[in-house]
Design a protein around this ligand. Structure first.
Ligand SMILES: Nc1nc2c(ncn2[C@@H]2O[C@H](COP(=O)(O)OP(=O)(O)OP(=O)(O)O)[C@@H](O)[C@H]2O)c(=O)[nH]1
Ligand SMILES: [Mg+2]
Length: 431
């Protein structure tokens, strides 16, 4: 079944707990602590599968949970890491946070694989906690919590050109005529129920992809007809072919139709109206005029060419005028950047799991080391990969936003002083 939207629950794996145990060997009295570390929980990873073209599978399964890390063992055994869960989606899938509706990731172009939720860090076993004063630590660190989130997936197909217009104006006929696609064509409204994609091959010019979507009608942006549901499929397109029945075979007024559809585009997303548009005045083979009536193509031209929108008279059935239309579309595409249209990340999931109510402490120990610790710090370290540039930037921002930097300064930190964050991370302080 074709589906271009889904709402699913995702959860990473919890970190395995650290273990508490002591060495017990024959002839070795008072063995030291040897409880191993817990394993890391599995990540939730989204990956593009170019063979997929629908989100239909998500209709059957809406919960995706990665494996937890295993508990550490005796004899310094580290628990096994939980397996990552890789969720395959079609190219062009945009992932939104369900609650805020912010974009988490756009799985298209170069972004073919992204970790969306990180598994919890494994807890440290008690082998890590022996000190000169504490020979038999009974404490091991618990594994870090999993992250969980409801997300919305929306497939926004990847096409250069979008084809819009009222039902029955001949959109699918054009697609079938100029591309390899074979969409359903019939003389009734809403023949097309799902978007169709087709590739145009042009002699002497680069080809491009056209998306044909179900017909729009007045009030579509409020849900009339098939609604504006399918407009998401032209959000990535760079040029819009606006098709109209110039012959008024159903008695409609082409100029009023074009205005009505543009109004729906604006209501859905004002950006759509900023895209270059070309009007395809279709069904010219069926236009009958006498001396009294003006040719409807001229009427359309008078109405829209002063606004800079070109009008191409065509017949999708006979093929008349198609070449000129397609070469003009190619020209428009060539005048624009090659940059693919992508949806920018608006929400870093890491920030969702930073809980400002959790405690943290900033203090100076007796050796002059500045120590930053507490549950909020442990949590942050668990989801931040300091080895990546992105993670490191996040870490710096975290230090600033939480007020940790300010507190360090108040305690008198100087350039070159040692700062320890959590149990293990140490660095020299530089402003
Ligand atoms: N005379 C004439 N008829 C056409 C032309 N183009 C399409 N038609 C007819 O118009 C009817 C509708 O064509 P479709 O291509 O299914 O229209 P559509 O815009 O995709 O319609 P929806 O999918 O319902 O929105 C069919 O009967 C076509 O044969 C044309 O250039 N001339
Ligand atoms: Mg159609």
């Amino acid at each position: 079944m074709f589906a271009d939207r889904a709402r699913i629950f995702i959860k990473s794996g919890k970190g395995g707990d650290g273990h508490v145990s002591f060495r017990r060997e024959l002839y070795v009295p008072d063995g030291g602590p040897d409880g191993g570390n817990g394993g890391k929980g599995g990540d939730i990873i989204f990956e593009v599968d170019k063979g997929l073209n629908t989100l239909g599978d998500f209709r059957h399964n809406s919960k995706y949970i990665a494996k937890s890390g295993e508990e550490g063992g005796k004899r310094r055994c580290t628990g096994r890491d939980g397996e990552d869960l890789v969720i395959k989606v079609p190219e062009g899938t945009v992932i939104y946070d369900d609650e805020s509706r912010k974009v988490i990731a756009d799985m298209s172009n170069d972004n073919l694989r992204e970790v969306i939720l990180k598994g919890g860090r494994g807890g440290k076993g008690n082998m890590n906690y022996a000190t000169s004063t504490m020979q038999a630590p009974q404490y091991a660190q618990p594994g870090q919590d999993a992250q969980e989130l409801w997300v919305r997936l929306e497939l926004k197909v990847i096409a250069d050109v979008g084809l819009v217009g009222f039902p029955n104006v001949g959109k699918s006929t054009l697609l079938s005529r100029v591309t390899n696609a074979r969409p359903k064509i019939a003389n009734y409204h809403f023949t097309t129920l799902n978007p169709n994609l087709g590739v145009v091959d042009l002699d002497g010019g680069r080809g491009f992809v056209i998306a044909d979507i179900p017909g729009l009608i007045e009030g579509a942006s409020e849900g009339v007809g098939l609604g504006h549901e399918f407009l998401r499929h032209i959000e990535r397109t760079k040029v819009i072919i606006h098709m109209v029945d110039a012959a008024s075979t159903e008695g409609r007024d082409p100029v009023a139709d074009i205005k009505a559809i543009n109004e729906e585009l604006r209501a859905y997303n004002p950006e759509l109206l900023k895209r270059p548009q070309v009007i395809a005045a279709n069904k010219i083979d069926a236009i009958y005029t006498d001396d009294e009536t003006e040719n409807p193509v001229d009427v359309i031209k008078k109405a829209f060419e002063p606004e800079g929108i070109k009008v191409y008279p065509i017949s999708a059935v006979t093929g008349q005028g198609l070449k000129e239309l397609l070469y003009y579309v190619r020209e428009l595409l060539d005048s624009m950047t090659d940059e693919p249209v992508m949806f920018e990340k608006e929400l870093d999931t890491d920030t969702l799991f930073d809980n400002p109510n959790e405690a943290f402490y900033v203090e100076k120990d007796d050796k002059g080391v500045y120590v930053v610790s507490g549950p909020r710090i442990d949590r942050m370290l668990g989801y931040t990969n300091l080895e990546s540039e992105k993670g490191f930037n996040f870490f710096q921002k975290f230090l600033r936003q939480t007020g940790i930097l300010k507190q360090l300064k108040e305690l008198g930190v100087q350039e070159g002083d040692t700062v320890r964050v959590g149990d293990y991370l140490e660095f020299d302080y530089y402003d």
